[in-house]
Design a protein around this ligand. Structure first.
Ligand code: HEM
Length: 431
């Protein structure tokens, strides 16, 4: 009846974002730089500015606070970035066995609490949030996660992802409770923290990297993986085969990349050829879903089999970014931990879902986890009806809240104000 509404609202929301940000942003792939040269541009040494000089940065800093100015993703290149990136690499290192065992243990602990009957209705992202809160707490503090710490982490990460998807407003007080907890625990962290950061910045580094980005990204990625498996039982039956599991993961990442767009600000002129020139200060937006949809037969179809005859590195497939330009530091850890976690889920239950699977997944992935016996068909029908209806009203909520937050971020100018008084290495400047 109102099926057209969500798509129209998404288009309108994109327009509002463009207008209010007021950047001269260019989105790729486009006619000028197509999929064939997408990675060449993304990997260009001058495509390396992260925050300074883009209106979009105000919005990301607004969503990621506290501490967006020391979040690795938003630090400008230089000694501080190198110091932070080195620390992150140390935290995320570890043997495959240890990374897998921790993922199995944390998944089992949460499933023991959640799955109490034959059929359990869950939202997959919510199911996974406490799993990764436990996991990254162990990684940071080297001990099991106490319940109150888990609650603080989940509340914080949920607040960030809810506001990022414009399904709710942000709650700074909720986030500040985790900041206070981490400040009191700073001496217990098991690896050295970046020395170029002050104590407050180190707290924000921990909060932003491990208890926001890591928890949110892993919960989202697992929601996509489990939803894909719920809707493709033939694939779910084969996940014990390592090779096949890798194909399922490649295909899930291809069709549902966690990044919609990653942006860079050019720090010098870029001349790809006589006719392709971007002056310093251009905002380049790299559209992951559009790039991942080129170069494949039936790109909209979920088909793990397509990876039997080719390797992801030879195709348009960059779920963790491009190697030459600040790729994700968790590109090794994530697939290892996801495989262990997914197998632990599938060992206990069979997932079923009738909802629409979209990349941004604002529904949080409704799903039935069935321990044994038949799947209740009527509950799947109800789930589908409810999902369609929720889609309509949620898209309106997203438009209203998204517009409100874009305007608020535009007024606060968190990134703009920071660079009014600091240089790109965080040193105060006088005017
Ligand atoms: C399946 C899970 C994940 C996916 C698909 C993913 C994807 C990405 C992508 C595409 C980028 C690069 C974006 C760009 O070019 O600007 C990125 C950057 C980043 N990711 Fe991940 N990520 C995941 C999990 C994690 C985890 C677990 C962490 C934990 C610390 C993490 C921390 C970061 C950081 C700090 C950056 C910024 C890197 C830099 O600028 O140096 N990610 N991620």
């Amino acid at each position: 009846m109102l099926n057209w509404l969500p798509a129209r609202v998404v288009a309108l929301r994109a327009k509002v974002f463009e207008k209010v940000n007021g950047d001269n942003a260019i989105t790729f792939p486009n006619e000028q730089v197509g999929p064939g040269r997408f990675q060449e541009l993304y990997s260009h040494p001058a495509a390396n500015g992260r925050s300074k000089g883009a209106g979009l940065s105000d919005l990301f800093w607004y969503w990621l606070s506290p501490g967006p100015e020391v979040h690795q993703e938003h630090l400008e290149a230089g000694p501080r970035y190198d110091d932070v990136a080195r620390a992150t690499r140390t935290f995320l290192a570890g043997s495959s066995e240890a990374l897998s065992a921790a993922a199995t243990r944390c998944t089992a602990k949460v499933l023991d609490e959640v799955i109490t009957g034959r059929v359990t209705a869950v939202r997959l992202r919510e199911l996974m949030m406490p799993v990764w809160a436990e996991y990254f707490y162990e990684l940071v503090f080297g001990e099991p996660c106490p319940r109150h710490a888990r609650d603080l982490i989940v509340a914080h990460a949920t607040d960030v992802v809810t506001s990022l998807k414009c399904t709710g407003l942000r709650h700074p007080a909720r986030r500040a409770r985790l900041t206070r907890y981490l400040r009191a625990r700073l001496a217990d962290v098991r690896h050295p923290l970046p020395r170029t950061l002050s104590e407050t910045e180190q707290v924000h580094y921990l909060q932003g990297t491990y208890f926001n980005t890591a928890v949110v990204q892993m919960a989202e990625a697992m929601a996509h993986l489990l939803l894909a498996l719920a809707q493709h039982p033939e694939a779910a039956r084969r996940v014990d085969d390592d090779r096949y599991f890798a194909h399922v993961l490649d295909e899930t990442f291809r069709l549902y990349p966690l990044f919609g767009i990653a942006h860079r600000i050019t720090t010098a002129d870029i001349e790809l050829d006589d006719r392709t020139f971007f002056p310093a200060g251009s905002v380049l937006c790299f559209n992951y879903p559009a790039y991942h949809a080129t170069g494949y037969d039936d790109p909209d179809v979920f088909d793990p089999g397509r990876w039997e005859t080719t390797a992801a590195r030879n195709e348009h497939h960059i779920p963790f970014g491009v190697a030459a330009n600040r790729p994700c530091p968790a590109w090794r850890l994530s697939p290892i931990a996801m495989r262990a976690s997914a197998r632990e889920v599938l060992r206990r239950v069979t997932p079923h879902s009738s909802v629409t699977h979209t990349r941004s997944l604002p529904s949080r992935g409704p799903c039935l986890l069935v321990r044994d016996g038949p799947v209740p068909r009527f509950r799947l029908v109800l789930m589908r009806v409810r999902d369609r209806w929720e889609d309509v009203w949620r898209s309106v909520v997203q438009l209203v809240l998204g517009t409100a937050m874009v305007l608020h971020a535009h007024r606060l100018r968190p990134a703009g104000r920071y660079f009014d008084t600091h240089d790109t290495q965080g040193c105060p400047v006088r005017h």
